[in-house]
Design a protein around this ligand. Structure first.
Ligand code: TYD
Length: 136
């Protein structure tokens, strides 16, 4: 949204943001050469966007690893549950806004990559078993 006065982005729960918004936080002043994140969530989903500046987001669903460069306040990235994320290459002016579907809960974090991989395998197996049950 915008006019000759400038631009405006509105984010609404269950509309532009595809979940109920429970928490909003932002990262800024991140030192150069720092990598943050290095975790996945069991249930939480989030949308990330750089309000100013830029950074790189690496996403890994246990099978595919992909990097996205967030470099515009009009670019939002949806990160589903059970996705490993690493944020790096923060510009000095970067303000990374995170909109989350859950309150802060350390029990929802998977901070060990091997545990993450095992959890994805179990989740995939459970989904397959469930599908098999319904197809019988
Ligand atoms: P951390 O999850 O390590 O940040 P990142 O994944 O972005 O590298 O969080 C850093 C610290 O802040 C950690 O002690 C937990 C705390 N924290 C909260 O208290 N509330 C929050 O909403 C978040 C995201 C972190």
């Amino acid at each position: 949204m915008g006019d000759d006065r400038g631009s405006l982005v509105a984010l609404e729960g269950n509309k532009t943001i595809p979940f109920d918004i429970k928490r909003v936080y932002y990262l800024f002043g991140t030192a150069k050469d720092i990598t943050r994140g290095l975790h996945a969530h069991l249930a939480l989903k989030q949308v990330m966007l750089c309000v100013t500046g830029s950074c790189k987001i690496l996403l890994d669903d246990g099978v595919v690893r992909e990097s996205v460069f967030l470099d515009s306040p009009t670019k939002g990235l949806l990160v589903e549950s059970l996705v490993w994320r690493e944020m790096s290459e923060f510009s000095s002016d970067c303000v990374l806004l995170v909109i989350a579907s859950e309150h802060y809960d350390e029990a929802d974090y998977i901070r060990n990559y091997e545990v993450f991989k095992k959890t994805v395998e179990i989740d995939t197996l459970a989904a397959r078993t469930e599908k098999h049950k319904w197809n019988e």
